[in-house]
Design a protein around this ligand. Structure first.
Ligand code: FES
Length: 166
């Protein structure tokens, strides 16, 4: 991390600004890529989605899996057999442990309640984790019960800055 020595002191956490942490240069995280960094004892994934930066905690709210090591993809929607629509390429992160899918932009998990089936038992699926005002990213999806922890990200003179409370 040779670039750290080039950062003026005002870019590192200070008493005046204790939350902003320089974690990488913009060049280190090109579009479609991400980088996992350690900030204040937290593992955080910084993602570049089409030139916009987002940061999520690298801990799945389901059972603590390494969320940011998961596969980045989009949504596949099929209203009828044989017809598929793919949307939001590069914006959906799938946890490597059990496959819950999270919106990289918001941390919200999404799932398709129509595909939740259990034989011989009545099943009720209710969204948890608080209400969201977000519109579903694709028809037929409902908010999942999990929301990954997110952080504000900004770019200052080619440095990616992540706001992490102390
Ligand atoms: S720990 Fe991530 S889906 Fe279960």
């Amino acid at each position: 991390m040779a670039w750290l020595s080039q950062i003026p002191d005002c870019r590192l956490p200070t008493a005046a600004c204790p939350m902003k942490h320089a974690v990488a240069t913009v060049d280190e995280v090109p579009p479609g890529r991400h980088k996992i960094v350690e900030v204040v004892g937290r593992s955080i994934g910084v993602f570049n989605v089409g030139g916009e930066f987002f940061a999520l905690r690298n801990s799945c709210p389901h059972q603590g899996g390494p969320l940011c090591a998961g596969r980045v993809s989009g949504f596949v929607i099929a209203e009828t057999p044989g017809e598929y629509q793919y949307s939001r390429q590069g914006e959906i992160l799938r946890c490597p442990w059990h496959g819950w899918e999270f919106d990289i932009r918001t941390g919200q998990s999404w799932f398709d309640p129509a595909k939740v089936r259990v034989r011989r038992y009545d099943v009720t699926v209710t969204p948890g984790g608080g209400a969201t005002n977000e519109p579903p990213p694709a028809p037929g999806l409902a908010p999942g019960p999990y929301v990954a922890e997110t952080y504000d990200v900004s770019v200052d003179q080619q440095l990616i800055m992540v706001d992490v409370p102390g």
